[in-house]
Design a protein. Structure first.
Length: 500
């Protein structure tokens, strides 16, 4: 069922049923609650600003894809403690009754800024900025990172696979290899935003409006007396979508030959057909199958492949001229493959001034590892474009700064003092958009299908603004993420103060 035809209330109920724990404020790390009680007892529930950023692009890639913010907003606006939650906390013996009573009315009342879903993002830049009181901001940390880290990892993987296929047709079918039901649903959502053409996950099709795709398993063929009879039966039932899995017994000696026999009858009826390879030497077998199909007079017949595919394998197959029309990617798509997690973190960037509690002052973490030293203060992220709308760099600037367009400006490396570049951009874009104000959504909630379609399109449009060198699967060019002089100077002052 297409989600656009699904009642919005029914859709919301389905999502809530699938992810019941995401709206319980117990969905947080235990130390967030012990810190929260400490803040409460110390009367420290003052205004703060937290940044979400990540330290490295996964897969040794040149970019990442921001995903999960829409599901996060749904969860964070409903985040609260039920009576059962509070009784559980009381049973632990760690929390005072007065603090548990305080939590009865807990909900997020702060502001949230973020990149739009489907945006291209880079290390070190704030992709979410939270303005809230300290206890609220602390308790929601786990929820934020859980929702955004996994979906951004999978969306990034999907985009890499899609680009490796030269923007071909990718089917995500990792449901059976995903980490639990929520992992499967989140992965299907993120993979479609990242560029997949569809999913094998039927429930994701219903809820998210993603096209559902699939053919047959080896068990279908093995259930019939012969391979030929299995193909004939399938063609009879699904003539408009006949893709035959030809490697159950012998790909070249029987599979392709039987597929051609059945395919010939389908073509006479006005249909097309295809074959799928799920094992063996994909390069060799796809080439031989293409030869057989062409020799039989069916150049329009398609070849699909699967079997533990990665972006590197796909890229190599195409570089070698493999005649493949579509790709099924499962395990490596929905698990992240060789990158097990996204490196998103949540760090305090500003807090109230003890001398003047109405004022927010910048703060930062200082580390012996320069890459782990955070950037202080309330910041925006500006994307700089030339007259051809090509992105040349992202700039971290303090909230009261703008980027001049009438002159060249020098911007500085976040961690290496002597590295900088100068540019006069044609136009700039502030990437952080206000999403929540006083805990309330600012933009109307679209249906899941509309939201995902919009995010998917945004990604494709943003990719056009980045040179192909940043999109390479291997050894991509490093995109510049830099600081304004004002932010650089502030960072240096705070570092000197912290190490005295």
């Amino acid at each position: 069922m297409n989600t656009s035809h699904t009642n919005k209330n029914e859709q919301s109920a389905l999502i809530a049923e699938l992810t019941p724990n995401h709206t319980s404020a117990l969905f947080t790390d235990f130390y967030e609650l012990t810190m929260a009680q400490g803040y409460w007892k110390q009367k420290m529930d003052y205004p703060v600003v937290f940044d979400v950023f990540f330290r490295n692009n996964p897969f040794n890639g040149g970019f990442s894809v921001f995903c999960g913010i829409e599901t996060l907003i749904d969860a964070i606006t409903a985040f609260s403690f039920s009576n059962e939650d509070l009784e559980y906390l009381r049973s632990l013996g760690t929390f005072e009754n007065e603090f548990i009573d305080y939590l009865k009315d807990f909900h997020f009342t702060g502001d949230m800024y973020s990149f739009r879903e489907g945006s291209i993002i880079f290390p070190q830049e704030p992709i979410i900025r939270i303005h809230a009181h300290l206890i609220e901001a602390q308790i929601i940390e786990g929820l934020i990172l859980n929702q955004v880290n996994f979906q951004s990892l999978i969306a990034t993987k999907a985009t890499r696979v899609w680009l490796a296929s030269k923007k071909g047709s990718i089917m995500e079918f990792g449901l059976r290899r995903a980490q639990g039901s929520d992992g499967a649903m989140s992965a299907s959502r993120a993979a479609y935003i990242g560029g997949c053409a569809g999913t094998s996950n039927t429930l994701a099709g219903r809820i998210y409006g993603i096209p559902v795709l699939g053919t047959m398993a080896h068990s279908w063929i093995m259930s019939f007396p012969t391979e030929l009879e299995a193909f004939e039966a399938y063609a009879k039932e699904y003539p408009q979508n006949a893709i035959f899995l030809i490697d159950t017994y012998d790909t070249l000696q029987s599979g392709i030959k039987n597929a051609i026999k059945v395919g010939e009858k389908l073509v006479e009826q006005g249909y097309n057909f295809g074959v799928r390879l799920d094992s063996g030497d994909i390069q060799y077998l796809s080439t031989k199958c293409r030869e057989e199909l062409n020799k039989a007079g069916f150049p329009q017949a398609t070849i699909s492949v699967s079997n533990e595919l990665t972006e590197q394998i796909i890229s190599q197959l195409l570089a070698n001229g493999a005649p493949i029309n579509s790709w099924g990617v499962g395990t490596h798509m929905v698990t992240g493959g060789d990158a097990s997690s996204f490196t998103g973190v949540y760090k305090l960037a500003a807090r109230h001034n003890y001398s003047d509690k109405k004022e927010l002052i910048p703060t930062m973490k200082v580390s012996d590892n320069p890459e782990k030293t955070t950037n202080p203060g309330i910041k925006n992220v500006w994307r700089l474009y030339d007259s051809d709308n090509m992105a040349h760099g992202d700039i971290l600037a303090l909230d009261d700064e703008t980027i001049p367009l009438d002159k060249e400006t020098c911007f500085y490396h976040p961690a290496i003092d002597y590295r900088h570049f100068e540019i006069q951009p044609d136009h700039v874009e502030n990437m952080l958009v206000k999403r929540l104000e006083k805990g309330k959504r600012l933009q109307p909630r679209l249906s899941e299908a509309e939201t995902i379609k919009e995010s998917r399109q945004r990604l494709k449009e943003q990719l056009k603004s980045f040179d192909a060198s940043f999109q390479r699967i291997l050894n991509p060019h490093i995109y510049k993420v830099s600081l304004t002089k004002k932010l650089k100077d502030l960072k240096e002052i705070l570092i000197k103060e912290r190490i005295k």
